[in-house]
Design a protein around this ligand. Structure first.
Ligand code: LLP
Length: 388
């Protein structure tokens, strides 16, 4: 078994569980590297707010001068409130409501990433009503394979996201005909938790073809946005706490053929925040089954839905025990069979009252929390505030 993560366990013992623990040192290490590699590769980063919108996390990311990728009015408000400049905010999503479009127009955001002809018409109308011109990028579905869970791929043609390649000309014609729109970019996103660089290389090859097509039509755009998707190592959160932004950025820079003056943008979410977070929970009961033992935690799918929703793996550690290892099914208290964090998980011998860390929960955990079973929202705790 790998080393366990290092936690301020004495402070943890005084806190009510469950809670989301954020190690801000790990976050800052990720952000340092992201900033360095983004500058070196001349890439503009819009952090995907959907991964984690905790105000302290947003403030830390904003302090590095990155932009924000938002998918709702609420996310735009959170990003602006955290201090992200509106000139670096992009707004995506297949179902933008009128009020959300108006919010983006009023804030004069950098760009709307547009997913359909119908949406282009509505944005044009809303912009006309305000006497403005909206900057838009067309989100194209590149029909590129991403080797990840089928619930989180977005770039294949049967997906609801983006404009199918076959419709691109038609949508370009429409876009050029609308007076209150300015086409400034092309936007792509092929999925999430992608660890194969070949998938990103495949996307870049497709972008090159599309740009050639635009050349033939004598059209050009100011920027290319490749979306997010860089995966993390859920199995080794301590060995690989900071993702390999360098290889990722080198790959896309090397593969893409850019036009003069064009800028390159990305929207990482998970890779920025996942490894700084752990869900800390207390063992309520050890329940003996017929063939196995269950560890029943006070955290459940309401605090971390990824295992139930995507059969996602998260490393689980008993951070209170050094006793010999044994196998357990680790479950939550919610009235659903899918409220299971892991089956036959190897843990040090576990007793009621022990603290358990579910690792790599900085992304898509707190933000996807629900109050199902009328459970209160678990609080967030930060390493900077805790002493060991
Ligand atoms: N840009 C767009 C257009 C996106 O749809 C997404 C994620 C991102 C950027 C950020 O992708 P990331 O770098 O985080 O992979 N709840 C799921 C993940 C859903 C991702 C949705 N879109 C999970 O827990 O795995």
């Amino acid at each position: 078994m790998d080393l366990k993560g290092s936690f301020p366990i004495n402070s943890f013992k005084t806190l009510q569980t469950p809670f989301y623990y954020y190690d801000l040192e790990i976050l800052r290490s990720s952000l340092d590297l992201l900033r360095k590699e983004a500058d070196r590769n001349r890439i503009e980063v819009h952090y995907a707010v959907k991964a984690n919108a905790n105000p302290r996390i947003l403030a830390a990311i904003q302090a590095y001068g990155f932009g924000a990728d938002c998918v709702s009015g609420g996310e735009m408000q959170a990003a602006l409130q955290a201090g992200f400049p509106s000139s670096r905010v992009v707004f995506a999503g297949v179902g933008k409501a009128d009020w959300e479009i108006d919010l983006g127009l009023k804030a004069d955001i950098f760009c709307f990433n547009v997913e359909s002809a119908a949406e282009l018409e509505v944005i044009d109308q809303r912009a006309a009503g305000m006497g403005k011109k909206a900057r838009v990028a067309l989100r194209i579905n590149p029909n590129v394979q991403a080797d990840t869970h089928h619930y989180i791929t977005t770039g294949l043609s049967e997906n609801k996201f983006g404009i199918p390649l076959q419709c691109l000309d038609e949508v370009l014609d429409l876009c050029m005909s609308l007076d209150h729109l300015e086409l400034i970019g092309l936007h792509f996103h092929i999925g999430s938790q992608i660890t194969e660089m070949d998938n990103f290389a495949g996307l870049c090859a497709r972008v090159n073809e599309i740009q050639n097509h635009l050349d033939q039509r004598q059209l050009s755009v100011q920027h290319i946005n490749l979306g997010g998707g860089l995966g993390i190592d859920y199995h080794h959160p301590d060995k690989v706490p900071v993702p390999d932004f360098s290889t990722y950025m080198h790959t896309i820079r090397k593969m893409l053929v850019m036009r003069p003056g064009q800028s390159l943008h990305i929207e990482p979410g998970r890779s920025v925040v996942a490894q700084c977070g752990s869900l800390i929970s207390k063992v309520l009961y050890i329940k003996k089954g017929l063939q196995k033992e269950f560890v029943v935690l006070d955290a459940g799918m309401t605090e971390l839905i990824r295992p139930a929703l995507y059969q996602a793996y998260h490393k689980i550690e008993n951070i209170s025990s050094e006793e010999p290892e044994q196998k357990y099914d680790v479950v939550g208290p919610i009235c659903e069979s899918s409220d299971t964090f892991g089956k036959q998980v190897v843990l040090n011998k576990t007793r009621r009252g022990d603290l358990v860390a579910i690792r790599s929960t900085g992304a898509y955990a707190e933000i996807m929390a629900s109050n199902y079973n009328l459970r209160p929202k678990a609080p967030a705790r930060f390493s900077d505030d805790l002493l060991n």
